[in-house]
Design a protein around this ligand. Structure first.
Ligand SMILES: Cc1cc2nc3c(=O)[nH]c(=O)nc-3n(C[C@H](O)[C@H](O)[C@H](O)COP(=O)(O)OP(=O)(O)OC[C@H]3O[C@@H](n4cnc5c(N)ncnc54)[C@H](O)[C@@H]3O)c2cc1C
Length: 397
């Protein structure tokens, strides 16, 4: 009886945000991370109002504001440079959605979360190998041979989650697309139009997304293919010059950006199939472990942060262990439909960004006039809304 003992597996964006959100409610948790030190691979992450609203509430504004760049606007362009549509992302965005849009280095975000969390309840070098269910207790077994127990285990352990593997035997689904990332000094792309904007450049079989963080431009270039992905979700080597070849003939600023830095490894873009349950045996999923999605709405981390805030709210109300299953079910009811909608929309967007010139691309471009409607239902979300439904605009059917 009493409050549950909570063990969080994974010290990434989701695990640490959940820990901090629980602590804000006066609930203690322990975080177990397989890496010997907290660090982030990859370049940058875009945090929209639905995520920054929560991070601000957790007291992270001073650290993150100092590390972030607020873009001027969101712009969609044709691959030749023609500006198709734009939406302001500066003060007007914050006034509309109640929180800012931040572009931030992933390492700085991870550091801000880790600094706020501290070391007392952080257990590094702890790779969970399996969980044994013993009545109302879970026994966690780590690769170093140590064990611990907890009444609730949160699987915040990413797209290859071991906790998810306890619940089902599905695998990440390859999207047939792959990405390359880079950080380019602004000075290397002097002819880039609107360098302070978040910009999507769309063309046949590829698109480029970029935004500035201080003096550098962070980009993600996405290509169709390869047709098959052998091996686990993650990165793989690529043929030299492949990325530059895919963008040959595009606007000169796009070409300069891609050629300004060595070609990165290739990221296979994967999503996880939707689950009908996120909980089993006093285990619950959060973040990529529950709903890894394609990055085309820039929402994987933001949805993970939303999960953490909602789960913490429900767990904070549990003062007796017996109420735990009800709290987990309520969390799942709030989060599954929402994340499913964002996940599905990100998947559909992938193909739209890669259309060849022609009627379908022209129809897409006309539809971009409704750009604000297309993302408002995502960015306006406030996790304190009881129904957890979009607050201002409707989600697409
Ligand atoms: C190319 C690309 C660009 C992206 N851009 C954006 C963006 O702009 N905006 C956005 O919101 N999202 C973006 N995302 C998505 C975002 O990175 C993820 O959704 C987010 O990191 C998920 O957080 P998480 O904590 O659930 O998982 P992760 O960040 O994967 O963290 C999981 C943690 O669990 C640990 N772990 C795993 N297994 C074990 C184990 N057995 N035992 C102990 N620890 C374990 C891992 O080491 C890791 O630290 C992007 C993703 C990609 C691939």
């Amino acid at each position: 009886m009493g409050r549950p003992e909570i063990a969080i597996i994974g010290g990434g964006i989701g695990g640490l945000t959940l820990g901090l959100a629980l602590r804000r409610h006066g609930v203690r948790a322990r975080v177990y991370e397989q890496a010997p030190a907290l660090g982030e691979v990859g370049a940058a992450v875009a945090l929209a109002a639905n995520g920054t609203r929560i991070l601000r509430e957790l007291g992270l504004s001073p650290a993150l504001e100092a590390a972030s760049t607020v873009p001027s606007e969101l712009v969609y362009r044709h691959w030749t440079g023609r500006r198709l549509v734009s939406h302001p992302v500066g003060p007007g965005y914050e006034a509309q959605f109640g929180a800012p849009f931040w572009g931030v280095h992933r390492a700085r975000l991870q550091q801000a979360l880790a600094d706020a969390w501290g070391t007392e309840d952080l257990h590094l070098g702890k790779e969970l190998t399996h969980v044994e269910v013993l009545g109302d207790e879970n026994r966690l077994v780590f690769a170093d041979g140590t064990t611990t127990s907890a009444t609730l285990v949160v699987g915040a352990d990413g797209i290859r989650s071991r906790i998810r593997a306890r619940m089902c035997d599905d695998q990440p689904v390859y999207s047939g697309t792959s990405g390359f990332r880079g950080l380019v000094p602004r000075a290397a792309v002097p002819d880039l139009p609107d360098p302070d904007a978040v910009q999507f450049w769309m063309g046949p079989d590829a698109h480029l997304l970029h935004y500035a963080i201080g003096d550098v431009i962070n980009f993600l270039a996405v290509l169709e293919g390869p047709d098959r992905w052998d091996g686990p979700a993650g990165t793989a080597p690529s043929a030299p010059g492949e990325l530059a070849a895919a963008f040959r003939g595009w606007h000169p600023a796009v070409v300069s950006m891609i050629e300004a830095v060595p070609q990165s490894p290739r990221w296979g873009l994967f999503a996880l199939p939707p689950l009908t349950r996120w909980t089993a045996d006093r285990m619950v999923l959060l973040g990529d472990a529950a709903h890894a999605m394609l990055p085309h709405h820039g929402q994987g981390a933001n949805q993970t942060i939303e999960d953490a805030a909602v789960l913490a709210d429900h767990l904070a109300a549990v003062t007796d262990d017996a109420d735990l299953p009800g709290a987990l079910a309520a969390y799942e009811r709030r989060r599954r439909p929402r994340t499913r909608q964002v996940q599905r929309s990100s998947w559909v967007t992938s193909a739209l960004l890669h259309l060849p010139d022609g009627d379908a691309a022209a129809a897409r471009d006309r539809r971009l006039a409704d750009l604000v409607d297309d993302f408002a239902w995502i960015h306006a979300y406030d996790h304190r809304e009881p129904a957890g439904l979009p607050t201002r605009r409707k989600a697409p059917a």
